[in-house]
Design a protein around this ligand. Structure first.
Ligand SMILES: *Cc1c(COP(=O)(O)O)cnc(C)c1O
Length: 425
């Protein structure tokens, strides 16, 4: 069980919305920092450990700065994410470039800023060679195929995933890369997402560590790091049990000492690329109930929609909801909580038992800190919301303004087709 409690009080939120109208995502600086420190401590047994925050989860420069201060690097998957990391002063080996189907000019920029390139395919070797060149330190993404099991339960299906190289391709790729001047190698794999078991990383680590031993034996390559990537989950539901990162770190250490150390590989650095675990619980989407509708079901219409948070519409994902100021009232009303898109899947919750909602109530949607704002889109011409930072001293900082119609229409600025637009509408 996990207690789902907003990190900001109803009273404080009432003050905040006077200055910043809903909807907005708000992030908890204190929570982010404390969690990042816990993460770092859990792997402090490993000398080279580094968490490369998955930028796609929360691509906000203010958030990235906080994580940088806590010692994190950046994991980027596109040119704009690389540009963001570079502009914030992340340097060379503080940037991981884990992309796939990579446009060649993105390899070029990654090499320009000396980011660590993580290749998703054996054919990308020649592409990288032609576009930026082969660096001394390089990583390849591993896909063992089949199903990924923890003890006997199937966690995910790597054999169906588009990512990574097969085991034989990995061996061949390392041999080719060595002939082209690469000297230090990494291995990366992301085999299951949003896992809620302390065994995910240790199980993945065993697979990767064993494969690292094989790679070293068969190619003579110097393995300098192993990247456990993302996938450590968070308790979206009150009935979920949170992962224990300290225990996870300890279990990975045990596997490290069992598999790598006896092979003389006790200098291998462990990297992670967590997004959800680092930010998910430390963000919330705050929206106002603006309509109620009584037809075949009871509906509450909000001023946010799936354009602000896509996960429920896209994956049927559960996000816990607190009706602010009614935390202690009985959940005796059944609602669908909806947005305004002309799409029937635009619902933040379906048949959810909540306290009676009145118009104007603030609805706090939990755990939107990762893959929340960043998945936003503009369907129906809906605009993306602001992002706020709830700082450690209790003050609030605007860290991204809300989109305006001018942003939405900005891609027509090369011509005058919208010259008669009423911008004051
Ligand atoms: C999305 C992604 C991550 C982060 O995943 P989380 O589920 O947020 O931990 C890490 N690495 C890569 C390559 C990714 O694509």
């Amino acid at each position: 069980m996990t207690e789902k409690k907003p990190f900001v009080s109803a009273q404080r939120l009432r003050e905040i919305v006077k200055e910043y109208p809903t909807p907005f995502h708000i992030y908890d600086e204190k929570g982010i920092r404390e969690n990042a420190r816990k993460m770092k401590k859990a792997f402090s047994w490993n000398k080279g450990f580094k968490e490369y925050f998955a930028v796609k989860a929360t691509p906000n420069p203010f958030i990235l700065k906080i994580l940088k201060e806590e010692g994190c690097g950046c994991d980027c998957s596109s040119l704009t994410e690389l540009m963001l990391a570079d502009s914030l002063g992340f340097k060379g080996d503080e940037i991981m470039f884990s992309s796939n189907a990579t446009p060649p000019h993105e390899f070029e920029f990654a090499r320009q800023i000396d980011a660590i390139v993580n290749l998703d395919d054996i054919t990308h070797i020649s592409c990288l060679e032609a576009h930026g060149g082969i660096p001394e330190t390089i990583c390849c993404r591993y896909n063992p195929g089949g199903t990924f099991k923890i003890t006997t339960s199937i966690m995910d299906n790597p054999g169906d995933a588009k990512y990574g190289l097969t085991p034989d391709q990995m061996i061949e790729a390392y041999k080719i890369l060595m002939t082209k001047g690469a000297k230090n190698f990494g291995i990366h794999a992301f085999l299951a997402s949003n896992t809620l078991t302390n065994l995910y990383y240790p199980t993945l680590a065993r697979t990767l560590f064993k494969f690292a031993v094989r790679l070293k034996r068969e190619t003579g390559a110097h393995i300098s790091f192993i990247n456990l990537s993302g996938g450590v989950g968070i308790p979206y539901r009150p009935t979920d049990e949170a992962n224990d990162i300290e225990l996870i770190g300890e279990k990975v250490r045990e596997v490290y000492e069992e598999v790598l150390v006896p092979e003389g590989m006790g200098d291998v650095a462990i990297y992670t690329e967590l997004g959800r675990f680092m930010l998910g619980p430390f963000g919330a989407l705050v929206t106002t109930a603006i309509h109620e509708k009584h037809t075949y079901k009871e509906y509450i219409g909000c001023d946010a929609c799936a354009a602000n948070l896509m996960r429920p519409a896209m994956y049927g994902a559960y996000h816990h909801i607190t009706v602010m100021g009614k935390e202690n009232e009985p959940c005796d009303h059944k609602y669908d909580i909806t947005g305004s898109l002309c799409e029937n899947n635009d619902k933040f919750a379906i048949d959810r038992m909540l306290p009676k909602i009145d118009m104007g109530d603030l609805i706090y949607i939990h755990d939107t800190g990762a893959h929340g704002y960043s998945m936003g889109y503009n369907y129906n011409g809906r605009l993306r919301s602001a992002e706020l930072l709830y700082k450690e001293d209790g003050s609030v900082q605007l860290i991204r303004r809300a989109e305006t119609p001018r942003d939405y229409f900005a891609t027509f600025d090369f011509c005058d087709v919208l010259k008669d637009m009423n911008w004051d509408a």
